[in-house]
Design a protein around this ligand. Structure first.
Ligand SMILES: Cc1ncc(COP(=O)(O)O)c(C=O)c1O
Length: 405
């Protein structure tokens, strides 16, 4: 079979593959604990469900405009006013099939083959593959000081004549690190000086802890939106626990939004009107679910960090937000792939290998599940890795015997 060059280079999404693996093991009756997931377990807000049902009941489910229905654009404009202090127009907004599609069409609208898009490491697994889908090149900038917090010089030293855009995701998947205001200010000014695009992937911006407040990139530019190359990405997937609804958006200058709309129009058309209505319900409805999710996640983070700190060989950086922790397990195995497979084989706990996010030796552990999953999962990992563990571990009435060292 002859496949295109792009098809041959694009990798399977490791996180989606892991979800499939968990489902297969569960179907077999294995007591799997999935600490690799990327979605909150709470229910979608009632206002979202009611809005979608009302639309469904009309029986009129037609094509939607390629850039989103007016009601959703209006809700996004209001959201942008509240969280970004910017008055934007409908022409500055596109609604897409998740933040994922919003980022993808933005990259397709700005990248030529062989041009580069830069992002700090560790990075979200899809950025390099999205660059490849454009025939372009993803470049990771690993903070030189060994932390998860890039400094402007880490970015500066990798920007060259081929660099077309920088992607910043803060708080970050997989590290949970929220970059400082100083860094966001520096990167906004740096990208303006270099005249390159700055994609702010803000999908986790309200899921932050320890009394932090979301950072608004527009605070650091004097340019109005039409002269700015900042592209803000957001969506309902994470903050409203609506991953399956597939609604995200981008806010940018109208020329770029027009180009993105043309691309999206031929790619998928506008997202389903039913799901856009649900997103309108979520954005305009009662907001208490976001805060309650945030509080739950903060508590889950605290429990996970306590548990991980009890390991002798694990180095942990406390996440500032999201629902991921990126912990250094290299003491146990230098290959994160091998370690992750080992934990599935031995104790049926799923984690994501750090290599997928551009940092070997780490595992991404999610805390979006229940406290019981977190504590049981970490107990199993500890049992599998600690040579001083007792010989046996009971999972329900199943007995696991430690026949390795
Ligand atoms: C950093 C980051 N950006 C974007 C997305 C995509 O979100 P959506 O589900 O809205 O496509 C994810 C999902 O995991 C993510 O972690």
């Amino acid at each position: 079979m002859s496949l295109s060059q792009i098809a041959r280079t694009v990798k399977t999404s490791p996180t989606l593959a892991l979800n499939e693996k968990a489902a297969i093991l569960r179907d077999k009756g294995d007591p799997v604990i999935h600490l690799g997931g990327g979605e909150p377990k709470s229910k979608a807000p009632m206002d979202a469900l009611l809005a979608a049902s009302a639309q469904l009941n009309t029986g009129e489910i037609r094509y939607a405009p390629a850039d989103g229905i007016p009601a959703l654009k209006k809700a996004i404009i209001r959201y942008t006013e509240e969280f970004y202090d910017r008055n934007v127009k409908p022409e500055n907004v596109i609604a897409s099939g998740g933040a994922k599609q919003a980022i993808m069409v933005a990259l397709q609208a700005i990248l030529n083959p062989q041009e580069e898009v830069l992002y700090p490491a560790p990075y979200w697994v899809s950025y390099p593959e999205m660059a490849k889908l454009c025939g372009a090149i993803g470049v990771a900038a690993l903070p030189e000081d060994g932390t998860f917090y890039p400094r402007i010089q880490d970015i500066e030293m990798r920007v060259g004549s081929y660099t077309k855009a920088v992607i910043i995701n803060s708080p970050n998947n997989p590290s949970g690190a929220m970059y400082s205001e100083e860094f966001i200010s520096d990167i906004v000014q740096f990208c303006e000086k270099k005249d390159i695009y700055l994609i702010m992937d803000d999908i986790y911006h309200r899921l932050i802890f320890d009394n932090r407040k979301p950072i608004n990139c527009f605070d650091y530019t004097k340019k109005d939106i039409e002269r700015s190359k900042i592209i803000v990405i957001n969506g309902v997937s994470k903050q409203y626990a609506m991953t399956g609804f597939r609604i995200g958006w981008a806010v940018a200058n109208k020329k770029l939004i027009e180009a993105m709309t043309n691309i999206q129009g031929h790619q998928t058309s506008g997202p389903s009107v039913l799901l856009q209505k649900a997103a309108v319900g979520a954005l305009n409805g009662i907001q208490s679910s976001v805060e309650s999710l945030r509080v739950t996640l903060e508590n889950n983070r605290n429990v996970l960090i306590d548990q991980l700190n009890s390991f002798e060989g694990v180095r942990v950086t406390k996440p500032d937000g999201t629902f991921y922790c990126f912990a250094d397990f290299s003491y146990y195995n230098k290959s994160s792939q091998k370690l992750s497979e080992y934990l599935i084989d031995k104790v049926m706990v799923l984690t994501v290998p750090g290599a997928e996010f551009g940092m070997e030796g780490y595992l991404r552990i999610s805390y979006c599940g229940s406290i019981k999953d977190i504590t049981d999962g970490i107990e199993r990992i500890k049992w599998a890795l600690d040579p001083n563990s007792p010989n046996e571990l009971y999972i329900g009435d199943r007995k696991l015997v430690r026949d390795w060292v």
